[in-house]
Design a protein around this ligand. Structure first.
Ligand SMILES: Cc1cc2nc3c(=O)[nH]c(=O)nc-3n(C[C@H](O)[C@H](O)[C@H](O)COP(=O)(O)OP(=O)(O)OC[C@H]3O[C@@H](n4cnc5c(N)ncnc54)[C@H](O)[C@@H]3O)c2cc1C
Ligand SMILES: NC(=O)c1ccc[n+]([C@@H]2O[C@H](COP(=O)([O-])OP(=O)(O)OC[C@H]3O[C@@H](n4cnc5c(N)ncnc54)[C@H](OP(=O)(O)O)[C@@H]3O)[C@@H](O)[C@H]2O)c1
Length: 310
């Protein structure tokens, strides 16, 4: 058992940022803004940072029990988080993100996991305004708008909190006065898991080139009628709502969240054969239609971009 003084010392050694605002859109979902002590590092919309809290911190109730490992009591637990954006401010104007001294994160509480007990989110859900926390000094990631031309169509497809980087990229596109169409779709279990829904509705009423589609899978109306992101594409509904065809040359598709929705294939070393996951994902559907994955590290260009959350 650590003393209060030991905990204070560990916090002041490791924590370098302050929670400046926190909104829980439901008990398991939060939008939190964190202000780093040394200023916001340079970054692009779509990228991610890391948040961290000490193993010594308490955990939210009704989460899977953790079996503490001896010697790890003073460990800092870190996880990657995409930077999100509220897009609009309280007055309904485009948020002044460029001059903001804080970063926004959109986080779901993982209460239970198949493997080890979730380590960080049960702790993050005890944060309050004014709490101290660790924020990574660098912001990284290839998931950004660099390859998008002003007239390209941009499609953001996500599950759950996977819409976080899409919100920031949407803000960036609106700020730039993007001329192509922008469609953002998010699939969640329940309607209450759509943490930014009112903002998207406002944006749709203001920007003729912006469409937001939400899908739920576990509401009563979904009994026997579950529509996944993949079904949006195969049914033709996505193109219908976009008001355009999915042309790989002028459409960038961004995929973020549950890896099963994304469905990244592996390439067999010996044969070079592409092997798609058993569950049909968006990548396979789009590759059949002439899209290719963008692989900056391999210098292979494409218009499918993805960020897997686990
Ligand atoms: C690049 C990147 C960006 C990320 N951005 C975000 C973000 O913006 N918001 C966010 O909530 N999470 C995000 N994550 C996931 C995050 O890093 C943590 O894994 C997550 O918050 C759970 O942490 P944990 O320690 O409680 O549990 P962990 O031990 O890390 O995860 C336990 C299990 O929870 C499930 N899980 C993890 N993350 C999610 C999620 N977001 N939604 C649904 N199930 C999940 C998976 O099954 C995972 O195996 C991101 C991950 C990566 C790699
Ligand atoms: N209210 C709550 O209690 C609550 C709410 C949300 C999350 N959580 C917790 O948060 C964690 C993460 O949940 P999450 O809902 O954010 O993320 P998630 O489990 O990844 O689910 C997000 C959405 O993706 C869908 N999905 C699942 N498999 C898919 C596939 N193969 N292809 C396409 N879509 C697929 C889900 O539908 P399905 O319905 O088919 O899974 C759901 O609509 C969980 O551990 C949970 O405990 C709790």
């Amino acid at each position: 058992m650590m003393t209060a003084d030991e905990i204070t010392a560990l916090r002041s050694k490791h924590y370098n940022a302050t929670v400046v605002s926190l909104r829980t859109t439901n008990p398991d979902l939060m939008v939190v803004r964190v202000k780093p002590d040394v200023g916001v590092p340079p970054h692009k919309a779509g990228q991610y940072s890391t948040l961290g809290m000490g193993q010594w911190e308490g955990r939210a109730p009704n989460c899977q029990e953790e079996t503490p490992k001896p010697g790890e009591e003073k460990k800092l637990i870190r996880r990657a988080y995409s930077i999100s954006c509220s897009i609009l401010d309280e007055r309904g104007e485009l948020f002044d993100q460029a001059n903001s001294d804080s970063l926004e994160f959109y986080i779901v509480l993982v209460r239970q996991s198949d493997g080890q007990a979730p380590a960080l989110t049960p702790r993050l859900f005890l944060l309050e305004e004014g709490s101290r926390v660790f924020l990574g000094e660098k912001i990284a990631g290839h998931y950004n708008l660099e390859p998008v031309k002003p007239t390209d169509n941009v499609i953001f497809l996500s599950t759950g909190t996977g819409e976080a980087p899409h919100n920031y990229m949407t803000w960036e596109l609106l700020r730039r006065g993007h001329q192509g169409k922008i469609l953002s779709a998010c699939c969640v279990r329940y309607r209450q898991d759509l943490g930014y829904l009112p903002t998207h509705e406002t944006l749709m009423s203001r920007h003729a080139n912006y469409t937001y589609l939400s899908l739920t899978t576990r509401e009563a109306v979904n009994t026997g009628h579950k529509v996944y992101i993949q079904d949006l594409i195969t049914s033709g509904q996505l193109e219908e709502r976009l008001g355009d065809t999915l042309d790989a040359e002028r459409t960038h598709v961004y995929l973020c969240g549950n890896p099963k929705m994304i469905g990244v294939p592996t390439v067999e070393r010996a044969t070079g054969n592409v092997i798609y996951p058993e569950t049909l994902g968006v990548v396979e559907i789009l590759e059949r239609r002439g899209f290719r994955i963008d692989q900056p590290a391999l210098k292979k260009k494409g218009t499918i971009h993805f960020e897997e959350y686990w």
